[in-house]
Design a protein around this ligand. Structure first.
Ligand code: NAG
Ligand code: NAG
Ligand code: NAG
Ligand code: NAG
Length: 511
């Protein structure tokens, strides 16, 4: 045992000179190779961006499948064992059926002594046309001032390729891959990942059984310069409130003043949901919100976030809160309620003295750990029914939860977060911001819920990458440094994982 420990220390020792530290030496070789071959990596990205793998327009479905096949070829070149799994058909709104593109399940290495990292990514893209206002053709990767413009450059072809480049670098240098690696690559992410959940469930006991860590690189940093790791996203519960009066619209001259108007009921209901400080008024709604610990609070202080710039970007004059910390907390780890619209109301310009007979208000709650969707649903319905009954209105009220997606939060003390932090420090020479996302990214939660494995979001794109916009890009520097940081991550996770195993076995020996 002692021999084993000293061997590990020897291998990954604390020495700072690369001559005494083989891991540093390996890392330098990898980084050098990545720098030397960056034009090839950019060329590869150009080839991928050239495929119009738009998953939203059914007429382009063959392109998505072509893109999946191209990605499969790249993975086979790494020596991976690649299967293309059929996930069935998609029924279009017009009743037509089209087949879903296959999902790639690939694995490289099966050494039981190494940790297994599973990378998830997607190679489909949002629609793009030059007429939408692109300055460069969206499917021709174009480099301007160090930025690589093109649809899919950052979402998500660039990051997927950065992973593949990282692994290919080990192979090219004949360096033993320090982990077993699996890839799950899909082509329907922009269309709500249709078919993926079923596949995960089916493969949970097979493909995922040996997986230790799941990494997703499908979001961005919070700034343009400072790297970040994402450990949480909010959920979303979307509600509709329908208030129905009589069968037909009425005229305020004919009945105004003598009936309970559906629209007045609805406005009162909507107005009862949240006060002007942004506080949700539904009783009990905050009960299950995870308490903010001192340790968690401290994560917020070093985060780089320019309130003024953000205010300008979104075009508002004032926030509900004054400090960076309060704003980020309320954006990421406290629930919020937003009112979105009213269906059936008169909304055209001009005057029409109508009393609509049926109106539907829409609002949503971005919920956070540990709020359960079913509890939120009950609380919302009960409260709105109470508010409504106080109005003694004869109208009919129907409250429905139209859609519910759960939040996700990871344990940031998990080894893969530690490994990613170390890799980031090496490549970018700074510590990452530990961030969450105020929006809902169902994929992380889906992986966590089904596989019960540790999930981490490890972005390499910058906040101004413009995913889904007419200016989508990834900078050459982020793409190449992203490739380096993934290569470094594989070394770091293998080292940390080994240390943990060793400690676990030491404990076993001692007891
Ligand atoms: C995926 O493909 C592999 C190889 O063809 C097969 O063994 C496995 O059953 C497939 N999984 C699903 C869920 O179809
Ligand atoms: C589409 O598939 C569904 C389910 O398999 C089937 O019920 C339906 O008839 C199909 N529609 C067409 C137009 O083929
Ligand atoms: C909104 O509700 C919260 C909690 O009850 C309270 O602290 C706050 O003062 C309220 N804001 C307004 C404008 O009434
Ligand atoms: C990578 O990051 C380092 C440190 O922030 C920076 O100096 C360098 O220009 C970046 N780009 C590349 C391609 O290495």
């Amino acid at each position: 045992m002692t021999f084993h420990i000293s061997l590990i220390i020897l291998l990954f020792g604390v020495g700072h000179s690369s001559f005494s530290n083989p891991m540093l030496l390996v890392e330098q070789q990898l980084f050098q190779y990545i720098d030397d071959h960056q034009d090839e990596f950019v060329q590869k990205l150009a080839e991928w961006v050239a495929v119009e793998s738009d998953s939203l327009q059914p007429r382009l479905r063959a392109k998505v499948t072509e893109m999946i096949k191209t990605a499969a070829v790249s993975l086979r070149c790494l020596g991976a064992d690649v299967t293309l799994n059929d996930t069935g058909i998609q029924q279009l709104p017009d009743g037509q059926n089209i087949s879903l593109p296959p999902v790639i399940l690939a694995k490289l290495g099966e050494d039981p002594l190494k940790p297994t990292v599973c990378f998830y990514g997607h190679v489909d893209v949002m629609p793009a046309k030059i007429q939408d206002g692109w300055k460069t053709p969206p499917f021709t990767l174009t480099e301007i001032d160090g930025n690589l413009y093109g649809r899919g450059a950052t979402d998500n072809k660039g990051p997927v390729l950065a992973w593949i480049n990282a692994v290919s670098t080990f192979k090219a240098l004949n360096i033993d891959l320090p982990v077993n690696i699996k890839f799950l690559i899909e082509g329907m992410e922009e269309a709500q990942s249709i078919g993926l959940e079923g596949l995960l469930e089916k493969e949970n006991q097979r493909f995922f059984s040996s997986v230790d860590y799941i990494v997703i690189s499908d979001n961005t940093w919070l700034t343009t310069k400072k790297p970040a790791l994402t450990y949480g996203t909010r959920g979303n519960a979307c509600f509709s409130i329908e208030v129905e009066g009589g069968e037909k619209d009425l005229h305020s001259g004919g009945v105004g003043g003598i009936i309970h108007e559906p629209m007045s009921d609805l406005i009162a209901l909507l107005d009862s949901l949240v006060n002007s400080s942004g506080h949700i008024l539904i009783p009990g709604i905050y009960d299950d919100v995870a308490p903010l610990t001192e340790e968690e609070k401290q994560l917020y202080e070093p985060i780089e976030f320019d309130l003024k710039e953000y205010k300008t970007n979104i075009g508002v004059k004032k926030f509900l809160y004054d400090t960076k910390e309060e704003i980020l907390l309320h954006l990421w780890r406290f629930p919020s309620l937003s009112i979105h619209g009213i269906e059936g109301a008169f909304y055209e310009p001009g005057i029409k003295t109508v009393i609509p007979s049926r109106v539907t208000g829409k609002f949503s709650i971005r919920q956070v750990p540990h709020m359960a969707l079913s509890t939120v649903e009950c609380q919302v319905k009960k409260y709105l029914e109470d508010v409504f009954s106080e109005r003694k209105s004869p109208n009919k009220l129907t409250v429905t939860m139209q859609m519910g997606a759960s939040p996700w939060v990871a344990n940031i003390r998990d080894p893969q977060f530690e490994a990613a932090k170390k890799a980031i420090k090496k490549v970018f020479k700074q510590d990452p911001d530990m961030i969450r996302d105020g929006a809902t990214i169902p994929i992380a939660r889906m992986f966590q819920k089904i596989t019960k494995k540790s999930v981490m979001m490890f972005p390499i794109g910058a906040v101004d990458d413009g995913e889904h916009s007419q200016k989508e890009k990834i900078s050459r520097s982020n793409y190449i440094n992203g490739t380096k940081v993934f290569a470094s991550f594989l070394l770091e996770i293998s080292k940390l994982h080994g240390e943990l195993k060793l400690e676990a076995s030491k404990l076993k020996i001692e007891t």
